[in-house]
Design a protein around this ligand. Structure first.
Ligand SMILES: Cc1cc2nc3c(=O)[nH]c(=O)nc-3n(C[C@H](O)[C@H](O)[C@H](O)COP(=O)(O)OP(=O)(O)OC[C@H]3O[C@@H](n4cnc5c(N)ncnc54)[C@H](O)[C@@H]3O)c2cc1C
Length: 397
């Protein structure tokens, strides 16, 4: 986006480490590319917990509406799905990447592949070009650093930009994984690998204090938990874990029922199955795989005849269903995070132009900046808006 915008006014060269452009974009949105969110700028900012406010100005110049118009004009019809998520009608991220690549070619942008940038060359605190791994100097009037974060390094984003920026005197805020699956302590979780739960509510507690909450879908894996609602609360969990804080998650398996209505529901089921054993009496209420762990947590013998289950045991069952607790030990590694939090400090970047406040003619765009958003198209929107601004001002000033 930065290169396409700059190419309106200038001769542009992309220096790309990989053998092609857009490797990460190809895997976005599970291969469908959720390229933005059809909502207002203020909603976008709310959905970018990592420095969303820094994006006020660039979003005004290039909003999600502008992103949609841009891609429709490139011949990529779009559709809006649940949660105002925007996807190509074809459901193919490849179409988004191809459209960008064709536009770059149309505009005469030169692309150098398998060329790693190692340094930005400066003279008197002014960027004058890029040094490549092969010691080639590529001189320029302006340089835009768009190396991405440090997640999914096989797509090319392995954190090089942080080193390059640091060398120029920029502060890089400590990076940590955001939008990342979580590892849990409890052994029983492993037995549930592959189980997906819909319409549940998770609450994140840090040092016993409620920090975040999310409703929707989650999954159990061999290491712990993942899925949309886990990713949503993972940023806060990740930050707390990096500060060695105690992190717990409570799952409400029945958020639509309060304790009283849930008790009535259980009484009804228990009446129906009174001659059965406990583990055969909960299949109307729970997925099969969850029955044994939930009964264990409630200290109810799974072989106990239902009519013998006491009121106290039922109360414990309700607690297990409404507050199934998990201890989070760590996040999955940064390489498995959908987005990297931290990066080049926003304090050292002009929020309108994306120009460095330290090095003249140096601009930043995308995930290399200390910006990270929730899932829903917010990260690509942030990359597009910062890319548009950087491309515009780098070629106009
Ligand atoms: C699995 C997954 C799914 C995602 N799904 C979505 C989604 O649906 N919607 C959404 O909004 N966001 C999504 N994201 C996040 C989104 O992809 C990123 O935030 C976005 O791609 C960042 O764009 P960028 O241009 O800053 O960095 P990147 O897309 O990472 O691009 C950086 C480029 O710089 C190149 N590079 C790096 N270092 C060098 C160097 N030294 N020299 C030369 N080139 C270099 C890399 O090869 C790469 O091509 C997803 C991320 C992942 C991992």
């Amino acid at each position: 986006m930065a290169a396409i915008t700059a190419a309106e006014n200038a001769e542009v060269t992309i220096i790309e480490k990989m053998s092609k452009v857009g490797k990460k974009m190809l895997i976005t949105g599970k291969g469908r590319c959720n390229l933005t969110n059809a909502t207002t700028n203020s909603e976008i900012i709310k959905n970018i917990p990592g420095n969303g406010k820094f994006l006020h100005s660039v979003l005004s110049a290039f909003s999600s509406e502008n992103v949609m118009e841009f891609f429709e004009n490139l011949g990529v019809p779009l559709k809006i799905e649940r949660g105002r998520r925007v996807f190509p009608v074809s459901d193919k991220a490849q179409d988004v990447v191809d459209a960008l690549k064709n536009k770059l070619l149309d505009m005469g942008v030169k692309m150098m592949f398998e060329t790693s940038a190692t340094e930005i060359l400066t003279e008197n605190d002014k960027a004058v070009g890029v040094l490549t791994k092969h010691n080639e100097k590529i001189l320029s009037d302006a340089t835009i650093l768009t190396t991405g974060g440090a997640s999914y390094p096989t797509t090319g984003s392995s954190g090089d930009g942080y080193k390059i920026a640091k060398k120029l005197g920029h502060s890089v805020i400590d990076i940590f994984p955001a939008l990342v699956p979580l590892e849990t302590e409890e052994e029983w979780v492993k037995d549930l690998t592959g189980l997906s739960l819909k319409n549940v509510n998770v609450t994140l507690y840090i040092e016993g204090k409620k920090q975040a909450e999310s409703f929707g879908e989650m999954m159990f894996t061999h290491f712990g938990i993942t899925g949309p609602i886990i990713l949503t609360i993972s940023r806060a969990a990740s930050k707390a874990l990096s500060e060695n804080k105690f992190v717990e998650i409570f799952i409400d398996l029945k958020p639509a029922l309060n304790e009283e209505t849930l008790d009535k529901r259980i009484i009804r089921d228990f009446e129906k199955y009174k001659a059965k054993i406990a583990k055969n009496a909960l299949s109307d209420l729970l997925p099969q795989k969850l029955i044994t762990p939930v009964l264990d947590i409630a200290y109810i013998d799974e072989n106990k005849i239902v009519r013998d289950i006491t009121k106290k045991e039922r109360a414990r069952l309700i607690q297990a269903l409404k507050r199934l607790s998990l201890t989070v030990t760590k996040t999955r590694p940064l390489s498995e995070a959908i987005v990297t939090a931290g990066g080049v400090s926003t304090k050292e970047i002009n929020p309108k132009t994306m120009e460095s406040k330290i090095i003249k003619d140096l601009y930043f765009a995308g995930e290399v900046i200390d910006i990270d958003g929730f899932t829903g198209g917010f990260n690509l929107q942030a990359a597009f808006s910062t890319g548009y601004a950087a491309g515009f001002y780098a070629s106009n000033e």
